[in-house]
Design a protein around this ligand. Structure first.
Ligand SMILES: Cc1cc2nc3c(=O)[nH]c(=O)nc-3n(C[C@H](O)[C@H](O)[C@H](O)COP(=O)(O)O)c2cc1C
Length: 458
């Protein structure tokens, strides 16, 4: 059974020996993050952490929940992400649309995956609006961060015209008990919603959710088409309708199993300085203006737990979310370009900034044509570097791709630069035959290895 709330996901992790409870008092100012950082970069990097006594906070903090691809799979209701990707690939084809984006939107529109609306949330949570954001742990990750941030929140908004809902993972900086900034990039769906509300000179309703079905944490970070509903996609992945409840101050739907629901509005023109924020580039994002949410209500479940993720120099938890994204969105890339054999986004490329795609060697179409198709896909749209290689390489084998493919590139012929995006055609193979030793000689050498005075096995 797929977990549909944070507490049952934690129970699942604990049963599998993947959860460490930390009972010692931990300071949310830098100390908690330093512990998470050490775990993420250590030998048991997948271990989820439950900080039960966070100084000054009335609630526990769960971190590194998705510390391995396997754990992301559990959140997505599967022990076999490859099988889930195959199911999605088959359903995309069966949707009968030419474009993968439309096929995915069609799947999300199916009645079977629409949210099941219930009032269950109201019976589970208590109103904490007086204390507002002060009920949350004030987690500051890095010394020069501008304040405490919520880093694993789902941000719910709606398009004012179509009513289409969006759920995105954007960082939230808590300024005081009733004010928080939402840092959504200009290209994000929430930024598009915000522009549409403000063009009507109307405040945008927003709901920030912590907890709920863990599948939604991944879906919120995934590059879904604008018209596709993330909650319906979560339902499709779990093969069940997700229970959602209506907000108190808007018609937004939020998970009925949420730990904490923060409702508010962003009034037209209302911004506040956000940051600095220690980011996954390894550098701080500078302070800049971001949309300011006026908090209208905060509700929390009894014994609520605050999910949180550390963002900073990799490797971190987000690389595992990204690995799941690559697995599940590769079928969409293959639908757009059937000669695609494999896609790899190396962790060093930080999420979607760099990609290596291997193509069937028979696809010799010009780079501009192939790149145009690949760059139109949701997964590769934002890749600053895209390497197109032939399928005699495993794209995850970076040393071989570098040695065999990149060394053969003709930099005058095989590059495409557009809008700060570079595409490299690394499909070219020089004419000479591959250098390989003689099989029979190698066998003989191995047989006689000790005779040559070597004391280790050959
Ligand atoms: C841990 C984590 C933090 C993120 N923080 C932000 C952020 O602060 N702002 C942002 O625009 N995107 C952020 N992202 C990326 C978005 O979640 C991602 O682009 C998502 O597809 C956005 O949803 P949308 O397409 O509905 O806008 C973050 C992703 C992760 C995994």
């Amino acid at each position: 059974m797929a977990p549909t709330d944070l507490q049952s996901y934690l129970a699942l992790l604990e049963q599998a020996g993947r959860l460490k409870r930390i009972q010692a008092t931990v300071d949310p100012h830098l100390e908690l993050a330093a512990i998470v950082d050490r775990v993420c970069k250590g030998g048991d990097s997948g271990q989820a952490l439950l900080f039960e006594d966070v100084r000054g906070a009335g609630m526990a903090v769960a971190a590194n929940l998705f510390g391995s691809l396997e754990q992301v799979g559990w959140a997505l209701g599967t022990t076999d992400i490859a099988a889930l990707a195959r199911r999605l690939g088959d359903d995309l084809v069966a949707a009968g649309e030419v474009k993968a984006e439309q096929a995915l939107t069609k799947i999300c529109n199916l009645a079977a995956w629409q949210p099941a609306v219930t009032d269950r949330l109201a019976g589970r949570v208590r109103d904490q609006s007086d204390r507002g954001l002060d009920i949350l742990p004030r987690i500051v990750a890095w010394p020069a961060d501008g304040g405490p941030f919520l880093t694993q929140a789902q941000v719910y908004t709606r398009d004012p015209e179509t009513g289409a809902a969006n759920c995105g993972m954007y960082r939230i900086q808590c300024h005081d008990r009733h004010r928080a900034t939402i840092r959504c990039r200009a290209s994000s769906d929430a930024a598009r919603h915000l522009a549409a509300w403000h063009a009507r000179n109307t405040a945008m309703p927003v709901a920030v959710v912590l907890g709920g079905p863990p599948v939604l944490a991944w879906v919120a970070s995934a590059p879904l088409p604008y018209a596709a509903d993330e909650v319906a996609f979560g339902g499709y992945l779990l093969q069940q309708r997700l229970e959602m409840s209506r907000c108190r101050y808007s018609d937004l739907l939020v998970p009925a199993s949420a730990e904490i629901v923060i409702e508010g509005v962003v009034e037209p023109g209302s911004t506040a300085p956000e940051g600095p924020f220690g980011n996954h580039t390894g550098r701080y994002d500078a302070e800049a203006a971001a949309p300011l949410m006026k908090v209208l209500s905060v509700q929390a479940a009894t014994s609520a737990i605050c999910p949180w993720t550390l963002v900073g120099p990799p490797p971190m938890e987000n690389i595992h979310l990204a690995r799941a994204t690559v697995r599940l969105f590769t079928p969409l890339v293959k639908m757009a370009l059937p000669t695609v054999r494999a896609v790899h986004l190396p962790a060093e490329g930080i999420f979607h900034r760099a990609a290596i795609v291997t193509l069937d060697a028979k696809d010799t179409r010009p780079l501009a044509e192939v790149a145009g198709i690949l760059r139109d896909t949701l997964l590769l749209r934002n890749a600053r570097l895209l390497v197109v290689a032939a399928d005699d390489h495993d794209p995850r084998d970076i040393p071989t791709v570098f040695w065999q493919a990149l060394n053969a590139v003709d930099w005058r012929r095989d590059l495409l630069i557009e809008d700060n995006q570079l595409t490299i055609d690394a499909r070219y193979r020089p004419a000479g035959a591959l250098v390989r030793g003689e099989e029979a000689v190698l066998e003989r050498v191995l047989r006689r290895w000790h005779e040559f005075g070597f004391d280790t096995p050959g």
